[in-house]
Design a protein around this ligand. Structure first.
Ligand code: UDX
Length: 459
């Protein structure tokens, strides 16, 4: 970060940041806050946040945290329907956010000016609020560029009859978005919320087009062609400055406690032997899938570190649905935790593969540590990420055909012990080197971070 250090600004400038209260969104926003803070270009950073999933404020004493009411009832906050939740908080937070901003702008004017507002792309309502105050809003999009660009094609794909997806057309290529197939389009199956989803996507795209700029947790060498498309679709300055977590590898904004036994267990395993298994903070499965998965892990004969998040298996508290005889069958070859220090796990010498749901943070973290993947995307952007991992970067195997123990064991062995996996490991190591270069002086992310700071200071 030293290279980005600025002189203390002549005019004190405060930054306001507003993350979406979901793990995969809070993490990159706080990482961005840390990156901007370390440049020394801004006099202070204020994080406005909902009470729901409030970030761990004590871990970030250098920021000011301002909670706003989100109006969620206990049932609403506990919903598994992310789309309903996002729709509701966009509605409920409009008034409180406007009031909060009005007060901040009034008090800040006396001491220091507010340079700009940076919000998650999913806070679409915040564009109109920022416009009302004449405050520039820069968008942070926490997903891959490729998956966001896919959203812009939704109206056309609806006209062409490719959306909503029909079973008979799932394998058709989407000519506008190569190499995606219809099944990869970033949709979400929810109980009742298809219209809500379409409107959320449309509002997000519209508000991003009217923003003052777009920050990506990605980098040029990885997503060059998608970035070119993004610059056409969103004609505002685009700043691909990622991967964020490489600026501060040790920092954490995890909502759940990391089980450090993951690392002590990995210490006992041979190099590149362990398949790490984790499906992020939202994905779920049923009891039958869980059972097949468990037996497949056992039958693979590979050591495994398995994150079974409470709530991963519908209707269970934690491990009570593990099949009888499973622990005996694996003879200590596996370790199960509720939540792992994932970045450390991926960087560990014993980790040789990652069976992932391809959330963007997980995908990037895997690339940064040179760990090839088994891709089992669940919904939304994960499908696009998975397709890029298998078909464009060719650093992972797609998990096909549903959860069945034989398929699980075979896929793990293809990645961990066969030549195919070895070739993927070589390719991902090449990408890992690109990451190291892009953040050094002369690298693309380094350049874009400098331009982002200058851009914000020019407001
Ligand atoms: C969500 C969406 O599902 C994803 O598609 C979107 O790209 C971002 O928002 P999530 O499912 O949580 O995210 O996945 P991901 O983006 O991979 O983020 C998970 C984060 O939790 C990662 O930073 C990962 O390091 C961390 N994690 C995960 C842990 O620290 N420990 C774990 O055991 C598992």
């Amino acid at each position: 970060m030293e290279n980005h250090k600025r002189e203390t600004p002549l005019k004190p400038r405060r930054l306001l940041l507003f993350p979406i209260p979901l793990q995969g969104h809070i993490t990159p926003m706080l990482q961005l806050a840390n990156i901007l803070h370390a440049t020394g270009a801004f006099s202070s950073i204020t994080i406005i946040h909902t009470r729901f999933n409030s970030p761990a404020t004590a871990k970030h004493p250098h920021f000011t945290f301002l909670p706003i009411p989100d109006g969620l009832s206990e049932t609403e906050a506990g919903t598994e329907d992310v789309i309903q939740l996002l729709t509701l908080i966009n509605k409920n937070c409009t008034g409180p956010f406007r009031d909060c901003l009005a007060e901040l702008l009034a008090t800040a004017a006396e001491e220091e000016g507010v340079a700009c507002l940076i919000t998650d792309a999913l806070w679409h309502f915040s564009q109109a609020v920022a416009d009302g105050f004449g405050l520039p809003r820069i968008v942070l999009r926490t997903s891959s560029v490729a998956s966001f660009v896919a959203f812009t094609a939704f109206p056309l794909l609806r006209e062409k009859g490719l959306l909503p997806k029909q079973d008979s057309r799932l394998e058709e290529p989407v000519l506008e978005l190569p190499p995606l197939k219809v099944k990869d389009l970033p949709t979400i199956i929810t109980h009742n919320s298809e219209d809500l989803y379409n409107s959320l996507v449309a509002e997000m795209v519209k508000a991003t087009k009217s923003s003052a700029g777009l920050i990506w947790n990605s980098f040029e060498d990885l997503e060059h062609s998608s970035l070119a498309k993004s610059r056409k679709e969103f004609p505002v300055p685009n700043f691909p400055i990622g991967p964020f977590h490489k600026y501060f590898p040790a920092s954490s904004s995890s909502l759940l406690a990391h089980d450090t036994s993951s690392i002590s267990w990995l210490d006992t395993q041979p190099p590149k032997s362990v398949i790490y298994v984790s499906f992020g903070s939202i994905a779920e499965m049923d009891e039958k899938e869980f059972e097949e998965m468990a037996w497949g892990l056992a039958d693979s004969l590979q050591p495994f570190l398995w994150v079974v998040r409470p709530g991963l298996v519908r209707g269970s508290k934690w491990l009570e649905m593990l099949p009888i005889g499973f622990m005996e069958a694996i003879h200590g070859r596996g370790h199960i935790v509720k939540w792992a220090p994932q970045q450390e796990v991926l960087a560990h010498r014993a980790t040789g593969g990652f069976w992932t749901h391809n959330g963007w943070n997980s995908t990037l973290e895997s690339i940064c540590e040179g760990v090839p993947m088994i891709c089992m995307p669940y919904f939304g952007d994960q499908r696009v990420n998975g397709r890029y991992v298998t078909d464009v970067w060719r650093i992972g195997i797609g998990f096909e055909g549903g959860m069945e123990r034989g398929m699980v064991a075979r896929t793990i062995r293809r990645l961990m012990v066969e030549r195919e996996g070895e070739e993927m490991r070589e390719r991902i190591m090449w990408l890992k080197e690109k990451v190291d270069v892009c953040q050094k002086q002369g690298g693309s992310s380094h350049h874009y971070l400098d331009s982002l700071i200058s851009y914000i200071l020019s407001f």
